[in-house]
Design a protein around this ligand. Structure first.
Ligand code: NDP
Length: 344
């Protein structure tokens, strides 16, 4: 059985979801309450592949909220993730994706040091970040959406914001070796990591965000920002393709943008068959029966293939070969990259 560990985008969102699901006690409470709330299994999921195979899974809500990081409630944030993992293991999930900030918190706070939670010894082989499939889907979105817009990659400048991250570095590796993209702009804050990435790629220009954005035909946004960000969309090239891969979404609710700035929700896949579940409605997916985060789909793919192993793990180790491997099974089971632009 597969699992998905997720979280909601902010306190307001969490309260309204709790109300809708009948958890009235949760709906009235503030951040303190969410800091002490235990993980909950809130969805039983059945997914059918286009091969005809059917699998079962569970969605586990960790009760983590991005405000916990902003309020420096780090202990609470880390407890949420590790408790959700212990819960997933306790209910017998064989392979579970750590969605959104779950894997970022796991890595940034070295949670691999914590092996025992009450009477459960965590087996990290049962978890995956889902980042290999996410990076693969974002790369396919770059290739397919640019073609749709008539942006030729061989003449295009692509800025990767969050280039040194787990997903960002994988996207850079793919664009560098599997496409003929003209120029890569590498954006993040830590100069040493940017330098190391540039050395690894043997190309790419390290740039500040304000300098990179006006030069880019395509922007891939995979920076780990816990909240949205306003950029001046009028300074962007026209046309410009903006692929917002963050969760919570960083850019896609920008209302004030020229018509030829096209925004695509990055790292989102569409399944070929409907799934009867609540969670994608809760996170406001446009077509909740079919669309989902690519990291969640990775857990499903590993279950379909019975690859019960931490396929995506650690940081900055995603190879192009592994992206191709997960990409092949993604196609085999009927998942496609989302290609419909966000309406302005
Ligand atoms: P990482 O923590 O590995 O990388 C984050 C990157 O963002 C780093 O390069 C970091 O570098 C950079 N960054 C952080 N803050 C800023 C800033 N203020 N300005 C510029 N760069 C910044 O994260 P992941 O690669 O694991 O995840 C990236 C995003 O993708 C997250 O929003 C995550 O929630 C989302 N995600 C989406 C999935 C999906 O299925 N659609 C699946 C998994 C994750 P530095 O610190 O040096 O600035």
């Amino acid at each position: 059985m597969f699992g998905l560990i997720g979280h909601l985008t902010n306190l307001e969102h969490a309260r309204s979801v709790a109300q809708d699901l009948g958890y009235d006690a949760f709906a009235a409470e503030g951040l303190d309450f969410w800091c002490s709330a235990p993980p909950q299994t809130i969805d039983n999921i059945t997914v059918t592949s286009i091969t005809g195979q059917t699998i079962e899974g569970r969605y586990v809500e960790s009760c983590f909220l991005p405000e916990m990081l902003a309020a420096r409630r780090i202990k609470a944030a880390t407890r949420k993730i590790i408790n959700a993992m212990a819960h997933a293991q306790k209910i017998g999930l064989d392979i579970t994706a750590l969605g959104g900030f779950s894997s970022i918190i796991f890595e940034n706070f070295n949670l691999n040091q914590i092996k025992r939670i009450r009477n459960i010894t965590l087996d990290f082989q049962r978890f995956t970040t889902g980042n290999t499939h996410t990076a693969y889907i974002i790369c396919r979105q770059v290739e397919q959406a640019s073609q749709k817009l008539g942006i030729e990659l061989s003449k295009a400048t692509v800025a990767v914001v969050g280039a040194t991250g787990d997903i960002g570095s994988a996207v850079c590796r793919w664009l560098n070796t599997r496409t003929d993209v003209s120029e890569l702009l590498l954006v993040a804050r830590d100069r040493a990591r940017l330098q190391a990435l540039q050395d690894e790629l043997g190309r790419g220009k390290v740039m500040a965000l304000e300098e990179a954005l006006p030069q880019a035909d395509i922007v891939v946004w995979v920076a780990s920002l816990p909240q949205g960000l306003q950029i001046d969309a009028k300074t962007l090239k026209q046309p410009c393709l903006l692929i917002d891969g963050g969760y919570p979404k960083n850019l896609d609710n920008q209302v004030d943008r020229p018509e030829s700035v096209y925004v695509l929700k990055g790292g989102i896949v569409e399944h070929s068959l409907d799934i009867d579940w609540r969670i994608m409605k809760i996170v406001n997916m446009d077509v909740p029966a079919r669309q989902m985060f690519a990291c969640f789909a990775e857990s499903m793919l590993l279950e379909f293939e019975k690859w019960h192993t931490n396929f995506s793990w650690g940081r900055n180790q995603i190879s192009v070969e592994k992206m191709e491997l997960i990409g092949d099974v993604s196609i085999k089971h009927g998942f496609k990259p989302l290609l419909s632009f966000v309406r302005g």
